[in-house]
Design a protein. Structure first.
Length: 53
């Protein structure tokens, strides 16, 4: 795969770099989302407030 990129044009290299960057950004955001959900569950706090008075 990287041998193909070594001989590729600059546009192909930049497109590959852009796709990898966007996927990395979304993976990081997904990781934070999962961590927040897990920590809320572990801490015992509900995402929805109770309506009981």
């Amino acid at each position: 795969m990287f041998e193909f990129l070594a001989g590729a044009s600059n546009i192909t290299k930049s497109l590959f770099l852009m796709v990898v960057g966007v996927l990395g950004t979304h993976a990081t955001l997904l990781l934070f989302y999962i961590m927040i959900k897990v920590l809320l569950r572990v801490s015992g706090r509900n995402a929805k407030p109770d309506s009981k008075n």
